[in-house]
Unconditional design. Sequence first.
Length: 358
Amino acid sequence: MKPFPRAEISCEALKNNLARLRQIAPESKVMAVVKANGYGHGLLNVAQCMEDADGFGLARLEEALALRDGGINAKLILLEGFFRSVDLQTLVEHNIETVIHNEVQLDMLEKAELAAPVAVWLKVDTGMHRLGFTPEQFDEVYARLEAMPQVAKPIKLMSHFACADEPDNPCTSKQMTIFKQLTNNSPGDYTLANSAGTLYWPKSHGDWIRPGIALYGVSPVIGDLGVNHGLIPAMKLVSQLIAVRDHKAGEPVGYGSFWKAKSDTVLGVVAIGYGDGYPRNAPEGTPVWVNGRLVPIVGRVSMDMLTVDLGFDSVDAIGDEAVLWGRALPVELVAEHIGTIAYELVTKLTPRVAVCME
Ligand SMILES: *Cc1c(COP(=O)(O)O)cnc(C)c1O
């Protein structure tokens, strides 16, 4: 028997999505972003499925080491860089590349005695204003890195978009212009494009694209769907009905008793709740897929279960599958109902959800 709830991950979909992004950005290498446990899809499994990627982007050193421990020999890049000087030795030992975005990292690098130079991606803040050196600091920082024997040459360059998921927002073009002006004469590879850049801003593709969410078959843009770009949702979050109950008009269900049936109906109880990472704030009407149609959540999502209105003529039975999102019900649509983004839904699943590779 398969465990439930479970997240079924399609390796085939991941491979399709990687190939599709290569078609969309044919001149670029692909740094597949697999941070946060492969966006909730399982870090090592995802990396194994996408062994064709030119490298993997991680947020934390622990994530990179988990890939090395799992036998992944590909290029690995720490997108937030290292936080302690001892970590520099680990980067060299395991051949991990790092982003450099602040003064403290520069100082640590300058003082380090390393067995081999470390490959660095100098991060420039072109408008996100979160990480990176300002355009005014660029020349000086670049020269400092250039002078360090601890740094492999040529120095590579990156920046991150703030509004690439808004196709009409001029801020992305502005960021590209600033980046180009600063870095035009630098010989190293550069990367700008996250998923939104990859899908919506072809001019941003550059030497490397850095897609995350799109690899999992999901669009980064509200109101859009991954399938519109030839991407296939890689995750199917599925549980089952553990109760099916006749329910009279006027009767409430669940904590707070705030929802009451308008007419006689049949309610289904699905074994998934906020203890699994399904958001408690999912409102009435959030869709769940049961036996070929969408049915609405009614009442409050609780820790281990939620209730759906199956309709008075329902023939659903205990043990039937209930799909919270997947190919039949894109996670983007569920996110819209809940008032969040698909990124949050897929990354927030708890360890109680079994991740199963298909
Ligand atoms: C997470 C991340 C990405 C991937 O972003 P998506 O929107 O998921 O494509 C790319 N670059 C950096 C620096 C990131 O932190």
